[in-house]
Design a protein around this ligand. Structure first.
Ligand code: SAM
Length: 272
């Protein structure tokens, strides 16, 4: 027995795309295998997947040898996912739930990877949750996520570019973030209006003595008024003007010219 093609699965289970759930399905199994391969060797590895839908990416992860726990909000997809679980001898566990309510660290005993063709409406919120937090390195070993191209560009943006902002700093101060592959809108069913890209993020050691909440506070203030000089935009952050002086950062600079390292240096001084 083999699994039916994804197009048939969608027809059989009447999975007409629901816009409110951000449903744009990927049906090209070769493309899905390439996305799974971005993570690296998956044999015997644990993967958390958000929004498996009809299960295209899920199948690719399982073909590569992973054990998958997938969280899907749309009941209609569950029978198709059960078939996949049976076919792969139970290496797929399915949870019917809103992914925003789940901390994947509670689902696995050991380390795990996170992979998702994310619903665009909650993609940034989920990524921000996974990248925030006091404990580092996190239990997840990598994030391999589909984003709208514009969001992907913001995540990997270097300082000095117009895409550079809070999301870039959050993704880069204690992790490596890169665009693994652009994905054309025509790869999706139905095609969205915009282009997409797969972003791959791996954690690295966090610089010592930086309170993540302090870093968040200064980047929020700095980019809240990104055209203003820091001496103006950081006025509301207690101690920030002294910290800039101590860090040797001239206060007439604007947020987008400040590198990730300079922001962490400021946050470290403010964390004392
Ligand atoms: N992984 C499939 C693929 O690549 O074809 C589907 C991707 S589709 C862009 C997003 C999926 O996320 C849909 O199946 C949708 O039902 C699901 N979804 C949307 N919001 C969700 C939420 N809050 N929690 C869990 N799943 C959600």
């Amino acid at each position: 027995m083999s699994l039916p093609p994804l197009r048939e699965v969608i027809a059989q289970h009447n999975l007409r795309a629901n816009k409110a759930l951000g449903q744009n399905f990927l049906l090209d199994e070769q493309l899905l295998d390439r996305i799974a391969a971005v993570i690296g060797d998956l044999s015997g590895k644990n993967v958390y997947e958000v929004g498996p839908g009809p299960g295209g990416l899920t199948r690719a992860l399982l073909r590569a040898g992973a054990n998958v726990i997938a969280v899907e909000k749309d009941k209609r997809c569950l029978p198709a996912l059960q078939e996949i679980s049976q076919y792969f001898d139970g290496r797929l566990k399915i949870i019917e739930e809103d992914a925003l309510k789940i901390d994947p660290a509670t689902l696995f005993d050991g380390p795990f990877h996170i992979a998702s063709n994310l619903p665009y409406n909650i993609g940034s919120a989920l990524a921000v949750n996974w990248l925030s937090g006091q404990n580092w390195p996190p239990k997840w070993q990598s994030l391999t996520l589909m984003f709208q191209r514009e969001v992907a560009d913001r995540i990997v943006a270097p300082h000095g570019s117009k895409e550079y902002g809070r999301l870039s700093i959050l993704a880069q101060w204690r992790a490596e973030a890169k665009i693994a592959m652009p994905v054309h809108r025509s790869a999706f069913t139905p095609p969205p209006k915009i282009m997409s890209a797969i972003v791959h993020i791996t954690p690295k050691n966090a610089p010592d003595g930086v309170n993540p909440y302090k870093l968040e506070e200064i980047t929020a203030a700095a980019f809240g008024q990104r055209r203003k000089m820091l001496r103006q935009s950081l006025k509301s952050v207690a101690g920030a003007l002294d910290a800039m002086e101590a860090a040797g950062i001239p206060s007439d600079r604007r947020a987008e010219t400040i590198s990730v390292q300079e922001f962490t240096k400021l946050a470290k001084i403010l964390s004392k």
